[in-house]
Ligand binder design. Structure first.
Ligand SMILES: Cc1cc2nc3c(=O)[nH]c(=O)nc-3n(C[C@H](O)[C@H](O)[C@H](O)COP(=O)(O)O)c2cc1C
Length: 195
């Protein structure tokens, strides 16, 4: 059977983003769980702030159309979330919002169709002690509203600057085990939803 295809993205495009390091650990865990992984760097999809007038005048940005195609071709999404004032980053929300817009030239691979019925998982990442725990509830809601099936397993990676080892695994054994369980659950859910 074809492996489930999972998109991994972090909600930061900062060069030194801690969430990117955590995203690498997620990619590795998903691959070990038998998934095919597309690691999306949002720096490669530099969409302007969503503006309805801009959309009417220019349509969807090319980078958003590319990202819609990647999401549409996937069976699931794992988002690694930095926490901004207890919630999601504007970069992540802006990207999700743009991708939720229909593309009149390609309705089948745009708008709600890029999310609906797919599996999703949420991970938090923070230099602080709580690991971005608060953002997880917000991002669950957002992805659920988009029609994704968000699995119950989640993880908040605290002290994220020092959480990932040279081998790309979380240094804390218990957290690594939780990440591996999350990856297996997401891959399973994505496989079942695709079937
Ligand atoms: C506007 C803003 C709000 C923030 N709010 C929180 C917060 O609520 N909780 C938290 O743990 N860290 C917060 N931080 C610190 C971020 O966790 C930290 O900058 C982190 O490194 C950003 O993620 P990144 O390294 O992946 O870019 C905030 C940072 C910014 C810029």
């Amino acid at each position: 059977m074809k492996p489930p295809r999972i998109v991994v993205m972090a909600g930061s495009r900062r060069a030194e983003a801690l969430s990117r390091r955590v995203a690498f650990a997620c990619v590795q865990a998903l691959q070990a769980a038998g998934a095919e992984v597309e690691h999306v760097e949002l720096a490669d999809y530099p969409a302007p702030l969503y503006d309805g007038d801009l959309e009417v005048a220019q349509g969807l940005p090319d980078c958003i159309v590319r990202l819609q195609h990647i999401l549409h071709a996937s069976d699931g999404l794992l988002v690694v979330n930095p926490e901004y004032n207890g919630s999601v980053t504007p970069l992540l929300k802006n990207t999700l919002d743009w991708c939720s817009r229909p593309n009149p030239a390609d309705r089948a691979r745009s708008g709600g169709a890029v999310y609906a019925g797919r599996a999703a998982a949420v991970v938090g990442s923070s230099p602080g002690a709580l690991g971005g725990m608060r953002v997880l509830f917000h991002v669950r809601d957002i992805l659920g509203y988009l029609g994704m099936q968000v699995i119950p397993q989640q993880l908040a990676v605290a002290k994220a600057g020092d959480a990932v080892g040279e081998d790309g695994r979380l240094k804390d054994g218990a957290q690594q085990a939780m990440l591996e369980a999350l990856a297996v659950a997401l891959a399973d859910c994505a496989r079942r939803l695709r079937a």
